[in-house]
Design a protein around this ligand. Structure first.
Ligand code: B12
Length: 135
C-alpha cells in the first residue's frame, strides 16, 4: 500500500510535461528517401526511436523490420557515422554526390541539421529526409 505522499509524488511525475515515457519505443518518425539528381519516386517508411534516441538507431530498427530499407555508413574519426549508401544507391567523392540529411519538423519547418545520423536526435512525428544530392 502506497503512502499518500508517495502516491502524490508518483502522480506528479506522470503528469509533468517532458517526463520520460516509460515505454522506450514511443518516438515515431518517418523516413523519406528522395533523389534530387534523378526522377525517382520518393519512398516513405515508418520507424521509431528509444526515448531521446539517435536517428541511426531508428534507421537500424527500420532496416531490421524488412520494409525494404537498407543503408551503409562509414565511421569518420572526428564526426562519427557518415551515411554513404541508401537502398543500394551510394554517394561518391569522384562524382561529388552524397546523401544529404534534411528534416521536416512537426510544424512543417524544413531544416538541414548541422550534425549527422549518429548525433541527430529526432522529435516525435518528424519526417527525416535522406536526399541523394550533389555538392
Ligand atoms: C566539405 C564538407 C562536406 C562534404 C564532404 C565531401 C568531400 N568528400 O569533401 C559533404 C557535402 C559530403 C558534406 C556532407 C555533410 N556534412 Co559536412 N562538411 C564539410 C566541411 C565544409 C569541410 C570538410 C573538409 O573537407 N575538411 C578537410 C578534410 C581534409 O578533412 P577530413 O576529415 O578528411 O574531412 C572529411 C570529413 O569532414 C567528412 N565529413 C564532411 N561532412 C561530414 C559530416 C558528418 C556527419 C561526418 C560523419 C563526416 C563528414 O568528409 C570530409 C571529406 O572526406 C565541414 C566544415 C569544416 N569547415 O570542416 C562540414 C562538416 C564536417 N559537415 C557537417 C555536416 C553536419 C554535414 C551533413 C550531416 C549535412 C547534412 N545535413 O546533410 C552532411 C553529411 C550527411 C551524411 N551523408 O552523413 C558538420 C559536422 C558537424 C558534426 N558534429 O556532425 C560540419 C562540421 C559543418 C557544420 N555544420 O558545422 N560535408
Amino acid at each position: 500500500m502506497m503512502t499518500p505522499v508517495l502516491l502524490s509524488a508518483t502522480l506528479l511525475l506522470l503528469l509533468l510535461p517532458g517526463a520520460p515515457a516509460t515505454n522506450s519505443n514511443q518516438t515515431p518518425i518517418k523516413i523519406l528517401v528522395a533523389n534530387s539528381l534523378a526522377n525517382a519516386p520518393n519512398q516513405t517508411y515508418s520507424t521509431s526511436l528509444a526515448f531521446r534516441g539517435i536517428l541511426l538507431g531508428g534507421m537500424r530498427r527500420l532496416q531490421d523490420s524488412n520494409q525494404g530499407f537498407s543503408f551503409y555508413y562509414t565511421e569518420d574519426p572526428n564526426y562519427g557515422p557518415f551515411l554513404v549508401c541508401v537502398n543500394g544507391q551510394c554517394g561518391c567523392t569522384a562524382g561529388r554526390t552524397y546523401w544529404e540529411l534534411l528534416v521536416i519538423k512537426e510544424n512543417n519547418e524544413l531544416i538541414r541539421p548541422d550534425v549527422g545520423i549518429g548525433c541527430y536526435i529526432p522529435c516525435a512525428n518528424e519526417t527525416i529526409i535522406l536526399n541523394y544530392n550533389s555538392y
